[in-house]
Write a protein of this length. Structure first.
Lengths: 109, 404
């Protein structure tokens, strides 16, 4: 009876690396979106029982605050554009990581 | 030979029914968090989960091979005895599954299946028919290790998610954007579920086909029609969906915020996908629970309700022996009564399933009323509005005092 302990280690390492890449780059992407002057404002889908329902009024206020923050943003247009490109690049890295992992599973047996 | 064929048909039917209940039981694992954080409407979430389960079932068949080609020693079995034993094992698994579903306990469908199969084989054939090494290294140990692994990963990535988006001024931090992300991560979880759970039924059907000699034992890959049948059944089951469990997992454990839900789901998907690739048949339910708890602990100042955790743990620990006991009892009837035993088992199974179904109709939970209870249980969770200062804030405070 042999137990392949190494396999467990492989699973752990693969999973933590994969998860870290996805989460880090997604969070970084969001951060850069904010820096680029486009903070993501996502109202929860219309759903009466949802836990954090934003009313229209609350959403308008949040949008106003976001616009104000963007106006106070001391970055130049070029810097903002750079941040936005960075944000999309980060999201692309996330997508590539997921697709790569799936392809690896699909063709690796 | 005709009776063997009849039993095989029964086994396939019951295995597919198990597949259906598995999808039914496990929708919540993938979709509880996005529903709880309001990222997806319940109906949309369930439909998405169903489609992705279908795709996932085609991705990898490693887990099916673990069951059909390793766990049970085919050379120890005779084609007359074993199919009824598999049948008995499936009855054990399904009965336990329906019972925990009714009680709203996130038990593990997979462990119910393994418990039932092992229990029935032990009684019907003997200890020699089970490959303890494979059972230990591919079923029992992953069962213990995977939730812990997922918890640690979820804890780490939750810290990362909050750390990267933390702002010390009052400007928008962009964390709202994790709501979008959750749509993708929960989809990944549904996909991962297909790569692990649909495989288990394929494995059982293939095992049955091998024992009666309809498939060669040297080639434990499931036939393509088996793959199709299982994939479609699990997708259907997922769509019919388990609202009951959403109550427990989504909000009962810990108050889920988008950033945290995103992290939990990424960790669940990564753990399950990596395990599926290596053929570990783990419990997706337990991995999802481990992730939710881990990510809860990763949030500053949040408290997990250990009562609920304890209740879930009890469900886990009970699953293998309980399903094993039911499977063993069903196998005992087969051993005593032979062909009549199979008939008796089938009647008992139908009676239990019908009874549980009728019982569940009495207080039916649907998409309309399940979520308000989720919101209620959310109120019972203690998450401080203002968690304590971060390490950096504490450091700044201290150095500020030194200056003064």
């Amino acid at each position: 009876m042999t137990i392949d302990w190494e396999a467990f280690l492989h699973v752990f390492i693969a999973a933590i690396i994969g998860a870290s890449i996805v989460v880090t780059f997604y969070a970084l992407g969001l951060r850069l979106l904010v820096r680029g002057g486009r903070p993501p404002l996502v109202a929860p889908v219309e759903f009466t029982d949802a836990i954090t329902v934003l009313t229209d009024k609350q959403r308008r206020r949040a949008e106003k605050a976001a616009a104000k923050a963007a106006a106070r943003n001391p970055l130049s247009e070029g810097q903002k554009r750079f941040a936005l490109v960075g944000a999309y690049a980060c999201f692309a890295v996330c997508a590539a990581a997921v697709l790569g992992a799936l392809l690896l599973i699909l063709f690796n047996h | 030979m005709e009776s063997a064929a009849l039993v095989i048909v029964l086994v396939i039917g019951l295995a597919l029914f198990f597949d259906f209940t598995n999808g039914f039981h496990d929708t919540a694992n993938a979709m509880a968090t996005p529903i709880a954080t309001g990222a997806l409407k319940p109906k949309v979430a369930v439909l998405l989960a169903a489609c992705l389960n279908l795709v996932g079932a085609f991705l990898s068949t490693e887990v099916a091979k673990t069951i059909s080609g390793g766990m049970i020693r085919e050379d120890q079995l005779s084609p007359d005895i074993f199919p009824p034993i598999i049948f008995a094992g499936l009855i054990g698994a399904i009965t336990w599954n329906m019972l925990t579903w009714l009680l709203g306990l996130p038990s593990s469908s997979s462990h119910a299946l393994f418990g039932g199969l092992i229990g029935a084989t032990l009684v019907g054939v003997g200890v020699s028919a089970i490959d303890t090494g494979v059972v230990l290294s591919k079923v029992i140990l992953p069962a213990l290790i995977a939730p812990l692994t997922a918890g640690i990963i979820a804890f780490t990535v939750t810290k990362i998610a909050y750390g990267v988006t933390r702002r010390y001024d009052t400007k928008a931090d962009g964390r709202d954007g994790f709501r979008w992300g959750q749509i993708f991560t929960s989809s990944l979880v549904a996909l991962a579920h297909g790569t692990n759970d649909a495989q288990k039924t394929m494995g059982v059907i293939t095992l049955a086909l091998i024992t009666v000699g309809w498939q060669s034992a040297s080639d434990p890959d499931p036939h393509i029609w088996v793959v199709f049948a299982c994939a479609i059944t699990i997708a259907l089951g997922t769509y019919m969906g388990g609202w009951r469990i959403i109550r427990t997992l989504g909000k009962g454990l810990t108050d889920v915020k988008p950033a945290q839900g995103f992290s939990a789901e990424t960790s669940t998907a990564a753990t399950i996908l990596a395990s599926s690739a290596l053929g570990f048949a783990l419990s997706t339910t337990q991995v999802a629970s481990g992730s939710v708890i881990g990510s809860g602990l990763g949030r500053r100042g949040s408290t997990v309700r250990w009562n609920t955790v304890g209740r879930i743990m009890i469900g886990w620990v009970l699953t293998l022996p309980a399903a094993g006991a039911v499977g063993a009892a069903a196998a005992l009837i087969v051993v005593w009564l032979g062909g009549w035993g199979v008939a008796v088992d089938a009647v008992i199974a139908v009676a239990i399933i019908l009874g549980l179904f009728l019982r569940s109709r009495r207080d039916s939970v649907t998409s309309a009323n399940a979520m308000s209870e989720v919101a209620d249980s959310g109120a019972a969770v203690k998450v401080p509005r203002k968690p304590g200062p971060t390490r950096r804030q504490r450091r700044l405070e201290r150095s500020g005092k030194d200056d003064a």
